[in-house]
Design a protein around this ligand. Structure first.
Ligand code: M6R
Length: 621
């Protein structure tokens, strides 16, 4: 998703901007660009290729300066094309060409400006020529229009005109050592250096440049100059921008630049890192207690009478799995909502609900907005299960469980998912304990199973060669059906999501009992039907559903636990899971589905780590 880096310094900051973009690259983008203040004018380079190519263009054009901004763009308004890539310039009204070395205002933007059409019409009427289809270009022209010698004044005048979500960074030809940045709904940090200052959409982009980070808050505007910065925000009562003090934190942001090692793709590496990621996530756990989730958790857990889980995509499926645990083990009523739906829906708020957000990145706009919506309705007991301790999600929630999956580079979430499940299982046990449903013996048994998980996962990873054999056949298909029941229905959903997002094969998942209510009509010899078959209480029911598929000539591909007595025969292919793993079985069963998606995508030759149209961190609505 879009990324921003900006800097004001005495030294040449172009290598810092390019390196910052590289650190944000894994999030997904389709174009990139950089603009600097050089020899009294604005210069820029933009590309629809990778940041490495942008770097070559920058070198060839001799772009070097102390003030500049850079951007990776994930297209929302306007196709991925050079003319839509940021930074956008404004030349003022009446100017014709958008040449590479002209203009007065340069601007980059993350987010979406909802009233861009209205602003565009207004600015066109004033004589501004538009060279892109983006919503961003209207902000550049608006700032230019409002500029009368002070960039901060112009930005502060422009911001109240914008509706939607944004993080912006902007500089002006007439003020060489100054960048103004602002945020509303999209993340932005200030990096404080010695005699120089930086801005970025994520502290990770500034790793190795400065570890002195200010997390800007909603509505903040920051004026970056060489030896100083100044933060302000609009005061509702006075109607004026007033100075704000923000804490400078020392943040050891990891670079995100993990080595691939022996693996072909980050996704494969991350699948194989799951034993370590799970072990790390469990490292500090010697017993179950609410305090694992932060100070004050016991009081909150005692007070709540229900759980509301808010998340998107794979994180939503982690929440859907946790619902089964929370209701059966902790006996607490749980609902799971897709964040982008919940935030706009009329629901019945319950102040005694524990609102749990789940997010790998901690920056997903829909999930953050859903959290805000829940809080606005008086639901103040908030907890997040998140992989990034410095993220907005962790800052916004009272309680947190930080998973230790490490940086996940592949767009398709794998190790983040299984570590989320571990965090959610611990939450289940802590709530069960607080509510009197977890005796010492049960706690010891669950802890034993959790500690053995890394070994159990390793054994499942050894199934890779058998999965590869299946993937050849899947690669020739255009549709696939996934079935699961109970606790493993969300795992079937996750398997289908993995397959569709990286192999582009259309895949759907159903609770197996639903087949006969419609989807059975799709089953032919051409339809592979992947079945998640743990040896649990629903196995016999599942076997009947498999018969329904067999009877219609469907091809079954079954991941069956040992001792399920499901044997391979014509039209029924079986890969046997090493062991049945009770309540934690979903964590094992998702792994062959990840491998199946991965190897099918490889066989189809897709860009596994950066699937088309997708971004790693979805910071726009
Ligand atoms: O960072 P988050 O966990 O909040 O992201 C949520 C989804 O965007 C994410 O899980 C997405 O569905 C993945 N690409 C799935 O592999």
């Amino acid at each position: 998703m879009c990324g921003i880096v900006g800097a004001v310094s005495q030294r040449n900051i172009v290598p810092i901007l390019i390196e910052g973009l590289k650190r944000l690259e894994y999030r997904g983008y389709d174009s990139c660009g950089v603009a600097v203040h050089q020899s009294g004018e604005l210069k820029r380079a933009r590309s629809t290729s990778r940041v490495a190519e942008l770097n070559t263009a920058v070198d060839e054009d001799g772009i070097a300066a102390g003030t500049g901004i850079a951007h990776t763009r994930w297209a929302t308004h306007g196709a991925p094309a050079v003319h839509n890539a940021h930074p956008h310039f404004s030349h003022g009204p009446g100017a014709e060409a958008n040449s590479a070395s002209a203009g007065r205002i340069a601007l980059v933007h993350n987010g979406i400006i909802e009233n861009h059409e209205e602003l565009r019409a207004e600015l066109k009427a004033k004589g501004y020529a538009f060279t892109s289809q983006t919503d961003t270009e209207v902000i550049a022209h608006l700032v230019e229009h409002l500029y009368s010698g002070d960039l901060l004044d112009a930005v502060q005048a422009a911001l109240p005109r914008l509706k939607g979500a944004y993080a912006i960074a902007v500089f002006c030809r007439d003020e060489p050592h100054r960048v103004i940045a602002a945020r509303e709904g999209s993340p932005l940090v200030l990096g404080v250096g010695e005699g120089e200052n930086f801005v970025a959409s994520d502290a990770m982009a500034l790793a190795g440049v400065t570890d002195q980070i200010v997390y800007l808050e909603e509505g903040d505007v920051v004026d970056l100059q060489l030896g100083r910065y100044w933060i302000s925000r609009l005061h509702a009562e006075s109607g004026r921008f007033e100075a704000q003090q923000r804490e400078v934190k020392t943040v050891h942001a990891h670079s995100g630049a993990a080595e691939l090692g022996p693996y072909r793709h980050y996704m494969q590496k991350e699948i194989f890192e799951q034993p370590t990621a799970i072990a790390n996530t469990l490292e500090a756990i010697s017993s179950i207690s609410p305090e694992l989730f932060g100070d004050g958790a016991y009081r909150i857990f005692k007070e709540v009478d229900s759980v509301l889980i808010l998340a998107c995509g794979t994180s939503y499926y982690a929440g859907s799995t946790a619902k089964y645990w929370l209701e059966s083990i902790a006996k607490i009523p749980t609902s799971v909502e897709i964040a982008s739906e919940y935030r706009y829906r009329d629901s019945v708020p319950n102040p005694r609900t524990l609102v749990v957000t789940i997010s790998q990145s901690g920056e997903t706009a829909d999930t953050l907005a859903a959290l805000k919506h829940a809080r606005a309705q008086g639901m103040e007991h908030t907890l997040t299960v998140c992989n990034v301790s410095t993220s907005a999600m962790v800052r916004e929630c009272k309680l947190a469980y930080i998973t230790r999956a490490g940086a996940e580079i592949g767009v398709a979430s794998t190790k983040a998912f299984t570590t989320q499940l571990v965090g959610l299982f611990l939450l289940t046990l802590a709530l069960a304990q607080t509510r009197g449903h977890l005796g010492d013996e049960q706690e010891a048994e669950h802890l034993k199973a959790l500690r053995h998980l890394p070994v159990a996962v390793q054994a499942v990873l050894a199934l890779e060669p058998q999965v590869i054999a299946w993937s050849e056949e899947f690669a020739r298909k255009e549709n696939a059906l996934f079935l699961g029941r109970g606790l493993h229905y969300p795992i079937a959903l996750e398997g289908a999501l993995k397959l569709k997002e990286i192999s582009y094969i259309h895949a759907e998942a159903y609770p197996a009992g639903e087949l006969k209510h419609g989807p059975l009509a799709l089953v032919t010899a051409e339809m592979p039907v992947v079945t998640v078959a743990p040896n649990d209480a629903l196995l016999e029911k599942l076997k009947s559903n498999m018969q329904e598929v067999r009877a219609r000539g469907g091809q079954l591909f079954v991941f069956a636990d040992a001792d399920t007595a499901i044997e391979s025969e014509a039209g029924l292919h079986v890969i046997r899971m090493p062991e049945h793993y009770g309540a934690l079985s979903p964590i094992l069963h998702v792994i062959p589905l990840q491998l199946l998606a991965y190897h099918t995508a490889c066989a189809r030759g897709t860009d596994v780590d950066k699937p088309r149209n997708l971004a790693k961190s979805v910071t726009v609505e």
